[in-house]
Design a protein around this ligand. Structure first.
Ligand code: ATP
Ligand code: MG
Length: 390
């Protein structure tokens, strides 16, 4: 391992250059690689040639230390390097199967789907799971959570940790939350993240949502290329950080309906191709009644398959777990509400009963048109069911 990642440990990088670099937010040798020569020249004002030399030295330094791969490597060396890839369990059998063991480090995983499909719940769950011991499928690492929509909820972390019999306080302590207020700020957080990642042994970086702020700030066709360029920069940065620091990275992305699609699924991720092209893995979440479907859309080595999962107090859960809970809730509802409410509110009870026949429908892959109306009922159902559970 390279002990010394300080900028001045590179030959020819003196105090002046070091200061110039750190003023521009480049704090260590890793950051030089992450940002690359073109950007280093841009942000420090140094000549492109000089920037290239420094970045090349940084690369060599890390290659010598065995931290990154050489330009030309044998397949067996790449294979060996890939052995250092860590996997984080999702805490469910179904999603672990889809991910072939768990969420990988050195990779960017895009999770996309419509509102309420569970992207944020998944990000919360992974923020807890990464902290588990290696024996339990975690990486004993901490989390950098970039929250762009103000949807990070420590309460959810507490419930998920408790459901997994972990100390909630410790779990909360290991999640560094960065609230991003605009797209430039969101990018800046990532640009400055190097030392935070290193000092805190961050093993998971979440960008939830990766795209939302870019989308809301760059409206209209005229600004589209500018937006895509900026988004491209952000997503590339995230992916390079994941690779360089051996972290897992999750970028969430909402989908919107494209009216021009007549066949197949009429939804498209709003990040368009930018996020898609940069991500190593792409997972599509879709509501299907009470359940959720997760599909591995694009992967260099996973088959394109689908699994069914559910959402609960413990975050993302196996569908069987949800069924157990539903049965309990149904029983409670019928016993407690029987006398008063069975006449008054028969609608609340009826969908609960329908929950079982829904399952076969879920097994047939994705028919968005049918799923939509079911969803509305389910949202209402969950909302109605929750207070009863308490
Ligand atoms: N404590 C809980 N127990 C059970 N289900 C929950 C709980 N909290 C949230 N949910 C479920 O999670 C859903 C919201 O999921 P989530 O916030 O992850 O969606 P999202 O994909 O991030 O949506 P958006 O695109 O709007 O950000 C709710 O509709 C509800 O079904
Ligand atoms: Mg969300």
């Amino acid at each position: 391992m390279v002990e010394d990642l300080r900028l001045d440990s590179l030959e020819g990088v003196g105090p002046v250059t070091t200061r110039k670099l750190s003023d521009a937010g480049v704090h260590n040798v890793m950051d030089l690689i992450v940002r690359g020569p073109v950007e280093i020249a841009e942000i420090t004002g140094m000549e492109k040639d000089t920037a290239e030399k420094i970045v090349n030295k940084a690369r060599q330094h890390l290659v010598d230390g065995g931290l990154i791969a050489k330009h030309f490597t044998s397949a067996s060396e790449i294979y060996k390097h890939r052995q250092s890839i860590g996997k984080i369990t999702t805490g469910t059998n179904c999603l672990d199967t889809l991910f072939d063991g768990g969420l990988e480090t050195q990779a960017l995983t895009e999770v996309y789907g419509e509102f309420g499909c569970g992207k944020t719940q998944f990000a919360h769950t992974m923020s807890v799971m990464v902290q588990k011991t290696k024996e339990e499928g975690g990486l004993e690492g901490s989390v950098l959570y970039i929250d762009t929509e103000n949807t990070f909820r420590p309460e959810r972390i507490v419930s998920i940790a408790q459901a997994h019999e972990m100390d909630p306080e410790k779990v909360l302590d290991n999640i560094i939350v960065a609230r991003a207020y605009n797209s430039a700020h969101q990018t800046l957080i990532l640009e400055e993240a190097g030392p935070v990642i290193e000092e805190n042994n961050v093993k998971l970086i979440v960008a939830d949502s990766a795209v939302g702020l870019f989308r809301s700030e760059y409206l209209g066709r005229g600004t589209l290329s500018n937006r895509q360029q900026k988004l491209n920069h952000f997503v590339h940065l995230l992916s390079r950080i994941a690779e360089t620091y051996n972290c897992a990275a999750i970028a969430t992305n909402q989908v919107m309906a494209s009216p021009d699609v007549f066949f197949g699924d009429p939804t498209r991720p709003i990040g368009g191709n930018v996020v898609a092209h940069t991500s190593t893995y792409r997972i599509y979440f879709k509501k299907s009644g009470k359940k959720r479907i997760a599909r591995m859309v694009d992967s260099p080595h996973h088959p394109e398959e689908e699994v069914i999962f559910a959402l609960g107090e413990a975050g993302v859960i196996d569908p069987e777990e949800a069924e157990k809970k539903t049965k309990k809730t149904t029983k409670k509802t019928t016993t407690t509400k029987k006398a008063k409410e069975s006449k008054v509110e028969p609608e609340v009870e009826t969908p609960e009963v329908e929950a079982t026949p829904e399952t076969p429908e879920v097994e047939t892959p994705a028919e968005p048109v049918e799923a939509e109306p079911v969803d509305t009922t389910v949202e209402a159902e969950i909302d109605d069911a929750e207070p009863v559970e308490e």
